[in-house]
Design a protein around this ligand. Sequence first.
Ligand SMILES: [Zn+2]
Length: 984
Amino acid sequence: MTASTASESSANAGQISYKDTLNLLKTPFNMRANSQVREPEIQAFWAEQRLYERLSEENTGPCFTLHDGPPYANGALHVGHALNKILKDIINKTALLQGKRARFVPGWDCHGLPIELKVLQGLKSSERAELTPVSLRKKAHAYALEQVEGQKAGFRRWGIWADWDQPYLTLQKDYEAAQIGVFGAMVLAGHIYRGLKPVHWSPSSRTALAEAELEYPDGHSSPSVFAAFPAVELPSELAGTLEQAGLSPAQATAKGGLAVAIWTTTPWTLPANLAVSVNERLDYAICAIEAQGDNPAPAASHLVVAAELRESLETSLGLTLKPLVSVKGSALEGLQYRHPLLERTSPVVIGGDYITTEAGTGLVHTAPGHGVDDFNTGRKYKLPVLCPVDEAGNLTAEAGPFAGTNVLKDANPTIISALEETGLLLKQERYEHRYPYDWRTKKPTIFRATEQWFASVEGFRQAALDAIAQVEWLPASGRNRIEAMVSERGDWCISRQRTWGVPIPVFYHRETGEVLLNEATLSHIQGLIAEHGADVWWERDEAGLLPETYAAEASQWRKGTDTMDVWFDSGSSWAGVLGGIEGASSRAPQLHYPADLYLEGSDQHRGWFQSSLLTSVAVNGHAPYKRVLTHGFTLDEKGRKMSKSLGNVVDPAVLVSGGKNQKQEPPYGADVLRLWVSSVDYSADVPLGPGIVKQLADVYRKVRNTARYLLGNLHDFDPSKDAVPYEELPLLDQWMLQRTASLIDSVSGDFERYEFYRFFQALQNFCVVDLSNVYLDIAKDRLYVSGANDFRRRSCQTVLALVVERLAGLIAPVLCHMAEDIWQNLPYSVAETSVFERGWPTAPEQWRNSALEQPMNQILELRALVNRQLESCRSAAKLGASLEAQVQLSLGEGSEATQAALTWLENSAHPKVDNLADWLLVSALEIGGSNPEAVLAEASENGITVQIRKAAGQKCERCWHYESDIGEHAAHPTLCGRCVEVLS
Ligand SMILES: [Zn+2]
């Protein structure tokens, strides 16, 4: 900071004896943050004071519930975690300062496949063979807890306040029981049903696989076929169009007439075909077929293909396709075709944008039992989920003549040759593409419809949309996102074929497959889980799980093996943590449901915001939150994703505590990480990289040095004795308090709107411009040179004390360690042990004296003009310090506002402070007239002419002012009269 360095160097350069007579900076508040020692010390002080606990319990304001979205308990913390948790902490600390009872219970998402896989990967194959569900669960449990501890230590190091000793974990008994409560309430309300859905299935290991269990080996090729499906009925509009083009409907639907062309790389799914899908926006050509050369003509006279693919298909099929007419995909909807291999007809339907002209024909063979897009399209048209393939990949009786063939062996060739016999096979060839294999058996997988559990979103979609409208979404675009997602989404598949999770508490009849799931079984199992945890489901047999009333028939029932989707786990946190369901209680009395705020990354409109909304609406009819705030993602300084391969990852642990080589990667401390969070406009994606960190460290140092300068000048100040009442303060001081009030007002608004980057800018501006460049720059002389008890100095110290206490309060939510460090180093006693006990800074109404602004701005403009001239003299080596200069001002036409400002200044009751020469940091000032002699620099602007010349007199050894009375005092022949007076 300029003020402090200039003063210190001036002191050092002066004579030693007189230097000691100056009032120098004195404070234990260190210029260097020493964050690796000091931040943990401050955190220990908070813990010892039980500050978070006391404020969140004893504050007298309303409760405030920011409900934590649980991060997944796996892996090291990254900057995304930092952005999220520090934003939450800034909001919570602000709330606590504002007197609210803000309790923050942090959470972790502990179940699910990634942890299950971690455990499996850590086992030898012999250990894996002996693994039971219960032993796998115990290992996963231990692994999750270990991960929680690691992440927790990181969060604590960042200075985040929370119930760290009592976090919520989705694996806790009471949490699991509350989740079963949510599931049960949805069952009883009729929102849960069982249905078929295609999942990745491995015929070789006869099990469903998750995405993470698939691998995609190079060089896979599938037998692909082009086939013609003969039309048997045309929608009337299409019939008319064809008629006009010269193809009569009778001709088109006759044997050997019009056909739709499809392409598939899984011929074994053809027996499950129930539709052909088109993209309504694409153009389709209806073409007359002519055989080329020796190629046999297919058993069709006309073919429908995507217009864009017609030419390339001519080549690949070896047929001439003469376009007759072109229609949009939507015109094909409702065309009925005959299955080429089985006795049934099916419709052409509208699929979606997944239908493209990148490959194939632009018409997609649709088997809802064997593909996700097919399944979704099938649902729209209420097509059955036909799946004529058993667990081992054998085709079943539903596949007609192909029953008994196997999808990985003979099904494809058998079906292709049957197709060939019909004359409807247009072409077959090997096709190389990415194809999923089972990671364990290294064999291809298939999509196969299996029985799954669903939440019927249809049943409460409107209620969910109504609930969305009741919530405040920040930014407002969040509402559109989640609204679109909820209105378009299909039913929610909540079952997973995994072991590490909360069970779907259902029983199936061993013979009939009938489902047992009712109020009695649900509440009994909920009770068991509350007592023993979800392990009980795997530890006990049916007799041990069923309620008394079913004891006699226990042997008839088989417990289910599915677990719940982990989004159902975390989506139940409003019940498990906030007590939003009957029978569950909130984790702390300050937590309420619905929560005041949820705050996560913008991807959670698809994730946690939505799963929480759906469960809460299904059970209670309203959203679990009143307000939802989202943030973007962290990128590097060039706007790229952070990745190990790019080498652009910023590790928050290294940023805070330094890397292996502390010269290259110095420890910046948690406050610099927190300052970064406050500096970014997080409504979009936010950048972070080494350059940005350096800039932030600079800003941090500026704030720190400003605070140090304020503290250092207060070592002999006792506000109870020395403070000057506001009314008696000079204009300059009143102006500084006006700036402080204005900062408090704007920052309060910034925090209210969660616009922390505005606080970051306002803080810098306040420290650099208002304080360092203006107020403290002018105040140096008052603070150092004046007598310790002089009014000039005491009035200034009054302002410094008022400002430093408020500055500490304003930065406390963000730079919490620095704020506390300031508070602990206040050189006089205050009532509050911690800055956080002081409360949010306020300013007395009298400080908001806007009448000071206009004249002060005029004078600051004048000061800038003078400074530019002084600077030009200095750079031309005509002047050293500005005190070597005297300034002559002449004020002509156009300078009326400045003249009024100078009159205002002259009328001050405190000419020894409110003195323009002092404000300009020059030794003498003359207003009026002009003198052509010895001018070092001159400039005119807006009717003001500034002339700079060397100050008359000699330099005082003590205050460096040039004065004419030096040498008049025998005891101090090198001092000015003012300094002599101070020393006497
Ligand atoms: Zn002097």
